[in-house]
Design a protein around this ligand. Structure first.
Ligand SMILES: Cc1cc2nc3c(=O)[nH]c(=O)nc-3n(C[C@H](O)[C@H](O)[C@H](O)COP(=O)(O)OP(=O)(O)OC[C@H]3O[C@@H](n4cnc5c(N)ncnc54)[C@H](O)[C@@H]3O)c2cc1C
Length: 646
């Protein structure tokens, strides 16, 4: 196995404060150097991404007085993928008085992540969660309210309290509109220079510091080099390496991967979240999967027939012949077990031949009880838009017949490695939101991504980036600097190589095949044999890609095939690293289930003695082996135990 990687020196998070966990963030904020307001105007920050992480960061930095250059590939910043988030955002407000607290949110998140996240980061996340809600309410985000006027809450998987704030099934959209309005105000004031439809294709590093990016204007094809005092990546997750996922079609890894190639370590790339409640795949024509929000598990009951190959319509299967397997196996959390557990349980019942719908790859999510208890109108008020979406896609009415759901790739816990200050291993390169390796360990609890993205952007980054910028402004970098020209040339040559291949296979056909390999061998269940096979398959498919890909059109025009080809080329390299990471981690934890490491009753079996670390990978060149640096995780407050939701 070590033939696939080299072992490197350990890595430590030297920015993290020690002492009592409750005051770590307070003390870090106090020790952080400040930038005089008059000096902020002289400092320029590039922010790549306008989702919840990038939008909130850009708005807050501009509000503080920095000059911000913002980039996204959509035609408007408010079309970032964050807009798709449906279910809600966690915060330890304890409005329900049901025993919630910052400590409990911290505890649930460390445990939910299967003890593979840093305690300090998670505690900070829980702390700022309460500020996020206040900030968003002040912006006018229309969170759902109870009759008495208080903000309403619901529950998500992995918790026994109600701490999820929501705006019907459109929470991401409403939160993004809040961040977008704050950005727009700063755009109007001239503090943010907004560049929509611009794709970052390379990072510029000068004297070891991140100093700029190379971007392509996606409409004209013009390549420019953009300089700054610091660069922030808020470029989202890479679930689309699997081709089919719930992510927006444009989500990709290019910004992160280019930074990785320039020296930024990549943390835990194999940690992928498979979401249990998605509409099952319906055929090979499909290019995307649709999420049914986890909030539905508050009221929907998951079941399959007790008998194998039972082809009766759901309404014809009597209660006694149904298996509400989550309620049976996990009586304490029932349908609200975390996503990794619910996904694997669905896979297991389908593997037993008890799956429903075409191909037997589905389980029922049934609202009959909830409709009986609360009435159709109440259910419609909570989930109406989700039900409508389901009906439009499947042609089935979920008020009358249970929804069919199946797990699908949804979120990536891995990402660029960052320290407590959210700084990568390249000084001056900060990474926020889903793009960093995150606070979620091996498994993210529902409604925690929005919390992390906004926590990073509104509260953490503005402090820690200021600490870095206090040493600036740094010497201006001329456009003809050797490193700037080198980065530009890399981009130009890559585009021209992609166009020159002029082969006979479409980009999508390669992407689909890559996704199939990833789902088969690096998806819900992984084995040493399968992962080794996958690495070989990926390598040969990558080689074929560079010989046979067909990219019509030119580089000097709007060319979506060219955009996709560049992203898929990076997905190949990422996919290989994901499989190597999954192969080296000979334990099961969270979203990473190694078949060789399970308890007698089929639950994930961690090996804390060997694997209680973050795997931070160093790029080793096109044909070299990546180097593994381990960041040991210490647990002083939440002691690692076997997760039990029974
Ligand atoms: C269907 C769905 C529902 C979800 N529901 C919830 C939920 O209810 N609660 C929850 O907590 N989480 C939810 N999530 C997860 C959550 O939505 C995401 O993790 C989060 O929104 C990511 O935010 P982000 O700002 O990090 O990235 P994104 O919103 O993905 O934004 C990325 C930005 O980077 C830009 N970008 C990327 N690459 C480049 C490049 N090379 N050059 C220029 N720009 C670039 C894009 O244009 C975009 O502006 C859901 C996810 C999905 C898929």
């Amino acid at each position: 196995m070590p033939e696939f990687w080299n072992d490197g020196d350990p890595i430590a998070d030297t920015a993290a404060p020690d002492g009592p966990i409750e005051t770590r963030w307070e003390r870090r904020k106090f020790s952080a150097k400040l930038v005089n307001p008059a000096n902020r105007r002289k400092l320029t920050v590039i922010v790549v991404g306008t989702g919840l992480a990038g939008g909130s960061a850009a708005a807050t930095l501009a509000e503080a007085g920095y000059h911000v250059k913002s980039y996204c590939y959509q035609d408007s910043p408010r079309r970032a993928h964050s807009i798709a988030a449906q279910g809600g955002i966690n915060a330890a407000k304890n409005y329900r008085n049901d025993g919630d607290s910052i400590y409990r949110l911290f505890y649930d998140t460390v445990k939910g992540g299967d003890f593979r996240a840093r305690e300090s980061n998670v505690y900070r996340l829980a702390t700022v969660s309460v500020n996020i809600i206040d900030q968003c309410v002040a912006q006018g985000v229309p969170f759902a309210r109870e009759y008495g006027g208080l903000l309403d809450n619901r529950s998500f998987g992995g918790t026994q309290v109600s701490r999820t704030f929501y705006a019907r099934g459109q929470t991401g959209q409403q939160l993004l509109l809040g961040a977008y309005q704050a950005m727009e105000r700063q755009i109007g004031l001239g503090n943010i220079e907004m560049n929509a439809r611009h794709e970052m294709l390379e990072l510029i590093v000068v004297d070891g510091k991140a100093r700029g990016i190379v971007v392509r204007d996606m409409v004209t094809g013009e390549i420019t080099t953009e300089m700054a005092d610091a660069v922030v990546l808020a470029s989202g997750g890479y679930g689309n390496v699997f081709f089919l996922s719930t992510n927006a079609k444009g989500c990709n890894v290019t910004a992160s991967w280019r930074a990785h190639r320039k020296g930024a370590l990549f943390g835990n790339p194999c940690y992928t979240q498979i979401h249990p409640t998605c509409i099952p795949e319906s055929g090979t024509h499909q290019s995307k999967l649709t999420l049914m929000s986890e909030s539905l598990r508050n009221d929907g009951r998951v079941w399959v027939p007790k008998a194998r190959e039972d082809k009766r319509a759901p309404g014809d299967i009597p209660e006694a012949e149904r298996d509400y397997y989550l309620e049976r196996i996990y009586p304490s959390f029932g349908n609200l077990v975390p996503r990794d557990i619910a996904s694997r349980a669905a896979k297991n019942v389908c593997d037993e031949g008890r799956g429903v719908g075409p191909g037997g790859l589905g389980v029922y999510l049934d609202f009959a009880d909830a409709i009986g208890r609360l009435g159709k109108t109440a259910v419609e008020a909570k989930y109406g838009n989700l039900f409508e979406m389901y009906q439009r896609i499947t042609g089935e009415d979920p008020y009358e017949t249970p929804m069919r759901i199946y797990p699908a790739v949804h979120y990536t816990m891995g990402g660029l490695w960052v320290d407590y200050d959210l700084q990568s291993t390249i000084p001056g390169l900060f990474v926020v939101g889903e793009a960093n390796f995150s606070d979620h360990g091996a498994n993210r609890l529902g409604a925690s991504a929005l919390m992390q993205g906004l926590g990073d952007g509104y509260f953490v980054l503005p402090t820690t980036l200021g600490n870095y910028l206090a040493a600036g402004p740094f010497a201006p970098i001329p456009q003809d600097h050797e490193e700037v020209q080198k980065a530009r040339k890399t981009v130009e040559e890559r585009i021209s190589t992609l166009l020159k291949v002029d082969g006979d296979r479409t980009v999508d056909s390669f992407h689909r095949e890559l996704g199939h390999i990833m789902w088969e061998y690096c998806g819900m269940e992984r084995t040493e044999e399968g992962l080794t096979k996958a690495i070989g398959l990926i390598r040969s498919l990558k080689e074929e890609f560079w010989q046979r890909v067909k990219v019509p059109g030119t580089g000097e025009q709007l060319n979506q095939n060219l955009e996709k080809a560049g992203r898929v080329a990076d997905f190949f390299e990422l996919a290989e690293l994901m499989c190597i990471d999954a192969l080296h981690r000979r334990e099961s934890c969270g979203g990473h289930f190694r078949a060789e490491s399970q308890t007698p009753d089929g639950e994930a079996l961690r090996h804390d003695d060997e694997f209680s670390y973050v795997a931070a990978w160093e790029y080793a060149g096109d044909s070299g082996k990546p180097t593994l640096h381990k960041e040991q995780l210490e647990f002083e407050y939440v002691h690692p135990s076997t997760r039990s939701y029974k």
